[in-house]
Structure formats: C-alpha cells, structure tokens
Design a protein around this ligand. Structure first.
Ligand code: CMC
Length: 427
C-alpha cells in the first residue's frame, strides 16, 4: 500500500488509501468517498476506474504486454493449447499431464447439448445473424441445466463453467449449419476441442471429415489469443449480470450480446469488410484520409484500442498465423496485401502515431478465418466461443470473492428537477 491520496471538496479534506497490485497502476480506494463526502466520482466509459480485484489477466497497454496468470500471451500462443490455457484461467495454474488429461476428458464429455435444444434453432429465420442465434440459444441453456445453477456451490459453478466451455463449439457450429441449411453434426469425442469444432462446422454426415492439423493448430491459437482480456466491455457485462446472482448461462448470453457490437468483438467482421472494400493498395490513402477526417464517422476498423497504446501483442501473433495458414492452404489473398500496406501506411502517419493507434487483434483475424472457410458473420461467434472461458473464469472469481456486492454505478443527473404532474388537457 502506498501513501494515502489526499482529496479536498467543499473546503473539507479527506484521505483515501492507495492500493498496489502485483503489476499495473496503483488504485485509489474510494469506497468510503460517498459516505464521507456525499459526492460521487464521474467516469463514463470507466477510463480510470478499476471495477474489481482480479488475479486472472494483466495488460500493460503502453508496453503491449498481455499476461494470463503471469504467462505472456506470445509464449502461450507458441507453446500451449487452448485446453491448457482454459485450465490455467479456470483453475489458476497450467495443468500437469494428469490434470490435463482429466480436464480435457471432462470438457469432452460435456460437448453434447440437450437434444431438445436443437428445436430452438428452428425458431430462427435462416438469414438470422449467428450472433443473434448465439444470444438466444446460450440464454436458453439456463432453462436446461438446473443441477448446476446454485452459484453458492463452487462445485456447481465449475460444472456450469465446464458445460459452457464444452458446449459453445457445438452451439456455434449448429448456428453455422442452420444458416447454410446443412444437418447438425454431433460431436466426436475422439477429436481435440478445436478439431471437433472444425468437424462440426465443416463436416457433413455423408462424408468422413479429416481434420487438417495445421488448420487445427492455427484455429487453436486463435482461440488462445481470444481467451481472456481482463475487464473489457463483455467481461464487465458478465460480471455485472452475475453480481445480482443471476443464472450463469444467462450471464454468458449477456456477454455475447455485448461482444456483438462493432466497437468490440464485431470489429473483426467490420475489419475484413473494410479491407475488401478497399480492395487494392492504391485506394488505401483515400481510406486513411477518411479515417482522419473529423467530419467523417469512418474509422479504420481493427485499429486502436482503449488499453493498448502500442502494438497489440495478439495482432503480431495473428499476422504470423496468417502466413502459416496461407502456406498450408497454398493460397494468396490480395486482402492480406492490402492489410499489410494499410498497416505500414497508418503506422507512419502522424495522426495514428500521435493518437497511438496500432493494429489490434481484429485486424488480421478475419483474413485467417476467411481463408479457413468461415463467412464473416461467424467471426464474432468464434470470438465468443473462445472468450467464454475468460467470462466464466472472471464470473467464478467474482462470485467466490467474499467482498462481492451487486454492481450498481451512480450517475450525474442532468434531467429536470422535481415538478408537478400536469393533466393532458392542460399541456
Ligand atoms: N480510426 C481512426 N481514428 C481513431 C480510431 C480508428 N480506428 N480509433 C480511435 N481513433 C481516434 C478517435 O477519433 C479519437 O480522436 P480524437 O481524440 O481526435 O477525438 C482518438 O483516436 C481516441 O479514440 P476513442 O474513440 O476516444 O478511444 P476509445 O478508447 O474510446 O476507443 C476503440 C477504442 C477500440 C473503440 C476505437 O479505437 C475504435 O473504434 N477502433 C475501431 C474498432 C475496433 O477495431 N475495435 C476492436 C477493439 S479490439 C477487440 C475488442 O476489444 O473487442
């Protein structure tokens, strides 16, 4: 703990403790501020507010560092697997060989969904956005698994968490299959988490599907890169929803809804659409000029980040992965060339330099996913699939915190002051 922070309002002086974490900025503990001074703090968008204490993920946006329980994302992406990272986030440590086999076995045994859940898909129009289906179907899980919803029981919380991580690929693949009018493919327990997802997505019952190990590895790495990202909008949504004691499956559906927006998980879809629209390196300056124009709402999608004021470390891994996937599939994509040149041009432009705008994770992910065969509408679904483990780990951490209370922000009210009701004939 550092020195107290001194605060003065209306002529009175107050002191608030300054708390230090293991990494990152100190925080001023203002929990007693309102009780003592009658004032709130004002921080729309939470740019300066730590909403919780967490041991899961640390980001140093200035340095471009992302750690999960202390391990750098680059090392995890290079050496680990999504199941290992899921274990790390949920259970606190990288697994031993026995723990790994036990954990993957548990997740694998939960990959099927209740047969009745299939009926939910029929209620959606064929052209429904798969994220709309994800919000609905994941929310509907709350009506099925009543044996894992006592949030005060750590064992039940873990079962709900395993179910969510395990069923998400099945639900996501079903959303895709429904949109293209193909039959749902049941999970295959012989395959890895990621291989199984690829088979449920791209396989058909009429043929044997052989998982391409290089694509499986690339996809697994994409899942690792998206597994958690501390207190972003969707994670904060899950925590806020969960803080009322709500059903865990419903909380994750709330996170999916938040993730959908183009400023958050929807950016990968928007980034690829933008790169395709640019189409040729010759047109890049036109788009850079638009992004800089204050009167044009256009932004370079996949650029900029609330926290990273340096290269997003996930974007570097993603860029390498694009090359690996292209080599494996022996494809070339002019969109990748546009992306590389756009990045170079933006990184040398004073507007982007001054505002510290760098490529984020979404800049390159769409190019890989498209090469693998996913339509753009599935990109955010894949983000949701991978982020589910982060959401449930954060939710578990919050519920097991003895100091946990319902989240209830305050406001600066600027509406009318008290006035008397006027009957309709007198208005
Ligand atoms: N293109 C052009 N200008 C930009 C961009 C961009 N992509 N991003 C930020 N700016 C400018 C913005 O106009 C503002 O300028 P000024 O100070 O002159 O008003 C300044 O940079 C700061 O932007 P901000 O909107 O105040 O920053 P923020 O922290 O509220 O927003 C962001 C962060 C990610 C929403 C924003 O950078 C953005 O809209 N980027 C494009 C969408 C995107 O790629 N989102 C994915 C985020 S990473 C994955 C995830 O978290 O889900």
């Amino acid at each position: 703990m550092g020195d107290n922070a001194k605060f003065s309002i209306n002529g009175d002086n107050y002191e608030y403790p300054v708390l230090s974490g293991t990494e990152g900025p100190d925080v001023v503990d203002i929990r007693k501020l309102y009780g003592q001074t009658g004032a709130f703090t004002y921080d729309p968008g939470f740019t300066s507010t730590a909403s919780c204490e967490s041991e899961l993920t640390f980001i140093d946006g200035g340095e471009g560092v992302l750690l999960h329980r202390g391990y750098p994302i680059e090392q995890l992406a290079e050496n680990s697997s999504f199941m290992e990272v899921a274990h790390l986030l949920l259970r606190g440590e990288l697994p031993t060989a026995d723990e790994y086999s036990d954990f993957t076995n548990t997740i694998t045994r939960h990959t099927m969904v209740h047969e009745q859940l299939r009926g939910f898909y029929q209620g959606f129009r064929r052209d429904a956005h798969p994220m709309a289906i994800m919000c609905g179907v994941v929310g509907a899980l709350s009506a099925f698994y009543h044996d894992s919803t006592d949030i005060n029981d750590p064992a039940q919380r873990m079962i709900a968490s395993h179910r969510l991580v395990a069923k998400m690929p099945t639900i996501a693949a079903m959303a895709y299959k429904y949109s293209i009018g193909q039959p749902f493919v049941y999970p295959d327990n012989e395959l890895s988490y990621t291989g199984n997802f690829l088979r449920m997505t791209f396989g058909v019952p009429a043929e044997e599907y052989v998982v391409n190990p290089a694509i499986e590895k690339a996809m697994d790495r994409i899942f690792i890169l998206h597994a958690d990202h501390e207190q972003n909008a969707s994670t904060s949504t899950v925590r806020l929803a969960g803080s009322s004691g709500a059903n865990p499956f419903a909380c994750i559906a709330a996170g999916i809804a938040c993730l959908w927006g183009p400023a958050h998980g929807g950016a990968n879809e928007a980034a690829l659409n933008m790169l395709k629209e640019i189409g040729h390196p010759d047109r890049i300056p036109e788009y850079i000029a638009r992004a800089k124009d204050k009167d044009d709402p256009f932004r370079l999608m996949g650029f900029g980040h609330r926290v990273y004021k340096n290269y997003d470390p996930r974007a570097s891994v993603m860029q390498e992965t694009v090359r690996e996937v292209f080599d494996t599939l022996k494809v070339k994509d002019p969109v990748f060339e546009v992306a590389l040149q756009l990045e170079e041009m933006a990184l040398n432009d004073p507007y982007f330099i001054d505002k510290k705008l760098f490529p984020n994770v979404d800049f390159y992910s769409g190019i890989i996913l498209s090469a693998i065969g996913f339509p753009t509408s599935m990109f955010t679904v894949l983000f949701a699939l991978a982020r589910t483990v982060g959401w449930v780990a954060q939710w578990n951490e919050m519920i097991s915190d003895p100091g946990q209370r319902i989240g209830r922000p305050r406001q600066l009210y600027t509406g009318p002051t008290k006035r008397d009701y006027v009957s309709i004939d007198k208005r």
